[in-house]
Design a protein around this ligand. Structure first.
Ligand code: SF4
Length: 252
């Protein structure tokens, strides 16, 4: 394992002693355990409701999902039974989550199928049941949480790729593309894959290059009482054009 573990994915092999929250990841598949996490986390991020809390948690746990991809591409599996989620909140700042993953194993069978089975297990038996609990607590459709993952995972994989061999980079891309585009709904305990989003190309107001809308809104506007951001899919084309013109005016 290399420095990507801590720096990119916030994963440690040794137990964190600091932290006000520490819980087995798999136990978040239980309603009471996830409800306790919401109760702890919600006031610390000044979330006005459980919807914002759920979306923020989905965004944070996406980092661990990216780690599972990276570990598999690097030839390792992890025992999800022993994974702990820890978080500490300092000086009323937003808590930072760390993942304690003590048990790694090297794949004996490093075939594409063995890697994918491990990744599938994570999505099907760990992440999807957790997302189901969070959606139920928040009263949100699951796409609102999967959209966070869709947006965050490639970001962390790109960061990790900078330190990896071409072979690992290739596997990261191949596996993520499969999960994003081809994995069937049953991977996510749904009829259809919740990862099919319509991302629209838009003009970057900074340099007029092409950028893209986010898959879903991150609901931060509810916390900060700010208007929607430029990439938010909730913005109408007219509102986005207005935003663009305002930014162009500021550049002059
Ligand atoms: S408008 Fe943008 S930043 Fe604000 S909540 Fe939506 S996606 Fe997030």
């Amino acid at each position: 394992m290399n420095e990507n573990m801590l720096k990119v994915f916030s994963v440690t092999k040794s137990k964190h002693t600091i932290g006000t929250y520490r819980h087995k990841l798999l136990e978040l598949t239980r309603k009471e355990d996830s409800s306790a996490l919401f109760e702890w986390y919600k006031p610390l991020i000044y979330a006005p409701g459980n919807d914002v809390t759920a979306v923020f948690l989905a965004s944070r746990i996406s980092r661990f999902a990216a780690f599972v991809h990276w570990a598999a591409a690097s030839g390792h599996s992890c025992d999800f039974q022993s994974v702990f989620l820890s978080a500490a909140s300092y000086r009323k700042r937003e808590p930072i989550f760390t993942y304690h993953v003590p048990d790694f194993e090297t794949f004996h069978d490093s075939s594409h199928q063995a890697r994918l089975s491990h990744i599938q297990y994570f999505y099907q038996k760990v992440l999807s049941p957790v997302f189901q609990q969070w959606c139920a607590i928040a009263g949100l459709p699951s796409r609102e949480l999967w959209g966070q993952l869709y947006y965050q995972v490639p970001h962390f994989l790109e960061l990790a790729s900078a330190r990896e061999s071409d072979e690992v980079k290739h596997l990261l891309e191949k596996d993520w593309n499969y999960i994003k585009n081809d994995a069937p709904g049953k991977f996510f305990l749904e009829k259809q894959s919740p990862l099919h989003f319509h991302i629209r190309p838009i003009l970057n107001p900074v340099d007029n290059s092409t950028t893209y809308t986010k898959p879903v809104c991150c609901l931060n506007y509810k916390r900060t009482k700010q208007p929607y951001c430029y990439k938010c899919p909730r913005l109408t084309p007219e509102q986005r054009q207005e935003f663009y013109q305002t930014y162009q005016g500021k550049k002059l």
